[in-house]
Design a protein around this ligand. Structure first.
Ligand code: ARG
Length: 458
């Protein structure tokens, strides 16, 4: 049993239920490395400032370094009875550094310590996310390039809309993912302020050197307000919000792939290695991986809400409620990482059903806007052109005919401006070629975009 950092003032032992209920070691043990690194910098500073004897500081640093070594190779045995990671490490240090260990907690509190630990953890995790998102972007880009000649019917309202290049559709996800990276790096930039030395909330009368600790730990600057330092959890909320937005993108990507893999759509085939079967229906090959991605994104949205709701009623400064920021934060981080990893692997295991897709491009309603624009180029107003094409589409649907099969005479009945050459635009390639406005789906533009992404991800 670790010794309580605050036990002396207490007339009686705490109830076992209290210990169990207040303990955070089961989850904050993942912060061990950062807690130790923070303590090493703090001990060095205390020695340098003459607040504790240099030889005690050296003993503390040596003890902490050996614990850190154990943590790094996974040999560190967490004490399930410890109140939290801070007490656990303090206790172990006492065994390694003797009396000197009791000087470590000079001029600090667990309130500034926990804020420091989480910030250090997040700085590292955000870098990991940036790398993982880039890996996914590369996988998507490869898929887009491998299928750069594929045109699909694009959808709005989940109704057939207009032809687009499949690669254009995939690159749309890249734009969102790139914004996700920018948001995370922005969050990292903002949280890069070192809180240690704020102590419980008011600072300290001891001659500490926060600038030194800031440099030692590689932070950009020290936090300016000791009360804010121990009260603020914006950095957790912001990271969670960024992960929540990222996860929305991942969920929509999963949904696109689920729909595309249905027999009704049949745009893609997902390899068996990323599907599961049915216990009753022998014919089934279900996209369970993608469904679980979509499903677990709900949990990530919940993680964000739970921290927002936990924080909103708290008076400044530190309150123990804030301990509960960690399980949702860790859950979101782990879940989004899992999703990114499985997506990266999945993209090499999708076959595009080119022939099946090509059949769908015979649907001439895909070209209705192209005919409208054809008429606009001949001087008609948008309204007139829309009406004319609306009539053509309706009649053709009613009579089960195709616009491309209308005679010249029939075309002229809809508008004298409709010449036989209109039929030359009633195909998928003509249609995408026409969309040459910046950002549009024309193959020339998409080829440039693929090159741009190639460069960007190098
Ligand atoms: N386990 C706490 C947390 O996660 C650490 C700080 C505890 N401070 C205190 N005065 N009880 O926020």
């Amino acid at each position: 049993m670790t010794k309580k950092l605050w036990g002396t003032r207490f007339a009686r032992k705490t109830n076992a239920l209290t210990d169990k209920f207040t303990s955070s070691i089961s989850f904050d043990q993942r912060l061990a490395k950062y807690d130790i690194l923070g303590s090493i910098a703090h001990a060095k500073m205390l020695g340098k400032q003459g607040i504790i004897p240099k030889k005690d500081a050296a003993r503390i640093v040596k003890g902490l370094s050996s614990i850190l070594g154990d943590v790094k190779v996974g040999r560190f045995k967490f004490d399930p009875q410890a109140e939290d990671i801070h007490s656990n490490i303090q206790d172990l240090l006492a065994k390694k550094a003797g009396e000197a260990a009791h000087k470590l907690h000079t001029a600090r509190s667990r309130n500034d310590q926990i804020a420091l630990d989480v910030k250090m953890y997040l700085k590292e995790e955000i870098d990991n996310f940036t790398d993982l998102i880039t890996e996914l972007e590369k996988a998507i880009l490869k898929f887009a390039k491998n299928n750069s000649k594929v045109i699909i019917p694009g959808y709005t309202h989940l109704q057939v809309a207009q032809c687009v290049l499949l690669s254009h559709h995939m690159l749309a996800y890249m734009e969102g993912l790139e914004r996700d990276k920018a948001r995370l790096s922005d969050a990292k930039e903002r949280l890069d302020q070192m809180p240690l030395g704020s102590c419980a909330l008011s600072g300290t009368g001891l001659a500490i050197n926060r600038a030194y600790v800031t440099r030692e730990l590689g932070f950009k600057k020290a936090t300016e307000n000791s009360i804010d330092s121990v009260s603020d959890r914006d950095f957790i909320i912001e990271t969670l919000a960024d992960l929540a937005i990222l996860s929305v993108h991942l969920s929509r990507l999963a949904e696109d792939l689920i729909i595309w893999s249905t027999r009704e759509f049949n745009f893609i085939d997902i390899d068996f290695s990323f599907c599961t079967g049915s216990s009753i229906m022998p014919h089934k090959k279900n996209p369970d991986v993608l469904e679980l991605i979509r499903g677990s994104v709900g949990k990530i949205q919940g993680d964000l809400s739970s921290v927002l709701i936990m924080m909103k009623g708290l008076p400044l400064s530190y309150n123990r409620d804030m301990q509960l920021d960690k399980p949702p934060l860790f859950d979101a981080i782990d879940t989004v990482k899992d999703i990114l990893e499985i997506f990266i692997a999945l993209f090499g295991n999708i076959i595009v059903e080119k022939e099946a897709i090509a059949l769908r491009l015979a649907d001439e309603s895909l070209f209705s806007v192209d005919i409208v624009e054809y008429l606009i180029k001949k001087g008609l107003s948008y309204r007139e052109a829309h009406d004319i094409v609306g009539k053509m589409v309706r009649d053709c649907l009613d009579e089960g005919r195709k616009i491309s099969n209308l005679s010249n005479h029939e075309l002229k009945r809809y508008s004298p401006k409709l010449n036989p050459d209109v039929k030359s635009i009633l195909n998928a390639w003509a249609s995408v070629n026409l969309k040459s406005s910046f950002g549009g789906t024309s193959p020339n533009l998409i080829a440039k975009q693929l090159k741009r992404w190639d460069k960007l991800l190098k």
